[in-house]
Every structure is written in structure tokens, then in C-alpha cells.
Design a protein around this ligand. Structure first.
Ligand SMILES: NC(=O)c1ccc[n+]([C@@H]2O[C@H](COP(=O)([O-])OP(=O)(O)OC[C@H]3O[C@@H](n4cnc5c(N)ncnc54)[C@H](OP(=O)(O)O)[C@@H]3O)[C@@H](O)[C@H]2O)c1
Length: 291
């Protein structure tokens, strides 16, 4: 059987992908968990996965970890320093080339050519680095996780009956992390994905007005949408107990991007890969609220 290695597998997307691989009948011993913290890998070892040490800062460790790997799921580094991240990614790519990995699937960013989020250069640089190796690739251009919307702060939103944004009525194309993990597992176990680029975003981007309508329906409590200016939204979010840094991130980085249409692009690629297992906003809310 072919050996599938996953980096970043102690993280949320990586572990979900490993679990989907097991559900798709990949035997645990054929999954190689590449981890920088061996203690954190204990739950993965308990699942029967092969654990190998590999740190994006240490190319020799990645080279050793990739020995006899047929397919690699390279999960992008979470570092916030994009220049440093490019260096980390270059090490991983060089190690994959030198270890003669057969196929690299990389978790990129959806619609990077149209994006001005500040993440596009990192992901395009990594895609081009992978192309230089000549190794067959699959670019899993992941959309933003729906967690940015469906998270514990929703309990306060439901209680207050008001969802605050500064989205100027624009649409968002968020998808669940679990759907992205399933897509990665399907690519790693399927055929015909060599040298393909998938834009893994929502096929029907939705507005926050539509979101609160679904939230009201699922929660059984009426929630209205206050679509404010960035300044007003910041003040309102902080007043409702959102930490200042989180409120600033949302109102100074995320909402201006949403309002500028940066998250409005649609794609059928995710639905084509995972079919009727695609999680709608309603299903994500039902799962989150235990309905
Ligand atoms: N699409 C989106 O909305 C979105 C949002 C946030 C991030 N992302 C990107 O998607 C990736 C996966 O998301 P996630 O939610 O699974 O992130 P996560 O839970 O933070 O997982 C990140 C993984 O990267 C590993 N890692 C960090 N530094 C490393 C290093 N120097 N060497 C080797 N491994 C290292 C972490 O290992 P430890 O467990 O040892 O820390 C962890 O396993 C993120 O890393 C980030 O690039 C996407």
C-alpha cells in the first residue's frame, strides 16, 4: 500500500484529515504523522499511525521523515510571519524533492490571484516552489474556515439577538474545516488529482443577512444583523465583551476584505470532491448548536 505522510497533523485540519483517511479504509500503519512535538502525537500513535519527527525549521528532519513516502499532505505553517513562512515552506519542498516523494498535496489559499488579504504571496510562492520540483502536485486552495463565523461567540449573539458586522452587504464563501479535511483525504486516496488546482470555497457565497436568517431558524431565537461602519462595529463588539484584539482584527482586517468582495468568489470544486457530504451553513449551525 502507498504511504501517505501528513505534516501539521497535530493541528486541527491535519488530525481531521488523518481520521478521514482511516474512514476511507487507509490502514493506520500506512499513514505517517510528521510532527515536531512527539508528546503531542500520542493520540495519533494511539490510532496506530506511524509517528516521525519533522520540524519545518530543520530540513534534515523533514528529509528523514519523508523517506519512502508516496503521497504527502503538506499543511501550510501557521507562522504569522509570511517571509519566514516562505523559508519554512521552501525547506519542506526541498526535502520532499530530495526524498523523491511521489505526489505533494499542499493546503494553499482560495483564489490567491484575486486576493489582497496579505496571504496570497506566501501561498503562490509555495505553489511555485512545488512546481519547480517537477513532482505531481495538487493545490488544495482552502477557503476561510467557517469557524470565523460559527464559534462560541455565537452563544452571546443568540442571547443578545444581534449579530454585528461591517460587511457592507457583501458575501462570504466560508466552508467548514472538516469538509476541507475530507477533500484532502479524498484527493490523497483517489486518482486523477495530479497537477490539479482546486478552489475549495462555498459554491453559493452568502451574506450575513442570510446567515442570521438561518441562525434564527436553527436557534429558534430571532437574531438581526447590524451592518455597521468599521468604527461602530469595533465599539459595539468590544461593548459586548469581544476582546479588543479580536474586535480590531475583525473590523480592521476581515470586514474591509469582505466589504471589498474578497470572500465573494464561488467554486463548485469542493462539492465536486466531497459530494453530498458538503456541510451547508444550516448543517454547520445545527452541529454547533446540537440541534
Ligand atoms: N483556511 C483558513 O481559514 C485558515 C485559518 C487559519 C490557518 N490556516 C492555515 O491552515 C493550516 C492548518 O490549519 P489548522 O487549523 O490545522 O492549524 P493548527 O491547528 O494551528 O495546526 C498547525 C499545525 O502546524 C504545525 N506546525 C507549526 N509549526 C511547525 C513547525 N515549525 N514544524 C512542523 N510543524 C509545525 C503545528 O504543530 P504543533 O501542534 O506542534 O504546534 C500544527 O500541527 C494552518 O497552519 C495555516 O497555515 C487556514
Amino acid at each position: 500500500m502507498s504511504k501517505i505522510a501528513i505534516t501539521g497533523v497535530t493541528g486541527q485540519l491535519g488530525e481531521m484529515t488523518a481520521r478521514h483517511l482511516l474512514e476511507l479504509n487507509v490502514s493506520a500503519g500506512d499513514i505517517i504523522a510528521v510532527v515536531r512535538n512527539l508528546e503531542k502525537a500520542k493520540p495519533l500513535a494511539d490510532l496506530g499511525l506511524q509517528i516521525r519527527y519533522g520540524d519545518y525549521e530543520d530540513e534534515a528532519s523533514m528529509l528523514a521523515a519523508f523517506e519512502n513516502v508516496d503521497k504527502l499532505l503538506f499543511i501550510s505553517s501557521p507562522s504569522l510571519d509570511n517571509t519566514h513562512r516562505i523559508a519554512q515552506h521552501a525547506r519542506v519542498v526541498e526535502a520532499a524533492r530530495d526524498a523523491k516523494v511521489g505526489h505533494i498535496a499542499y493546503t494553499s489559499l482560495a483564489f490567491p490571484e484575486k486576493s489582497a488579504l496579505g496571504l496570497e504571496n506566501l501561498h503562490l510562492a509555495t505553489e511555485y516552489a512545488i512546481r519547480t520540483t517537477g513532482i505531481p502536485y495538487t493545490f488544495l486552495r482552502n477557503g476561510f474556515y467557517m469557524d470565523i463565523l460559527v464559534n462560541p461567540s455565537l452563544h452571546g449573539v443568540i442571547k443578545s439577538g444581534e449579530f454585528v458586522s461591517a460587511s457592507a452587504g457583501a458575501k462570504v464563501n466560508y466552508v467548514t474545516r472538516n469538509d476541507l479535511a475530507l477533500a484532502a483525504a479524498i484527493v490523497l486516496t483517489g486518482s486523477g488529482h495530479e497537477c490539479q488546482t482546486y478552489e475549495l470555497a462555498h459554491p453559493h457565497p452568502f451574506t450575513y443577512d442570510e446567515f442570521v436568517q438561518i441562525l434564527s431558524e436553527v436557534s429558534g431565537k430571532p437574531v438581526k444583523h447590524a451592518d455597521l461602519s468599521s468604527e461602530q462595529a469595533y465599539e459595539r463588539l468590544v461593548a459586548t465583551g469581544i476582546p479588543e484584539a479580536a474586535a480590531a482584527f475583525m473590523t480592521q482586517a476581515i470586514y474591509p476584505a469582505i466589504a471589498a468582495g474578497q470572500f465573494s468568489f464561488a467554486s463548485e470544486d469542493l462539492v465536486k470532491l466531497i459530494g453530498n457530504r458538503f456541510t451547508s451553513v444550516k448543517a454547520a449551525l445545527e452541529q454547533f448548536l446540537g440541534k
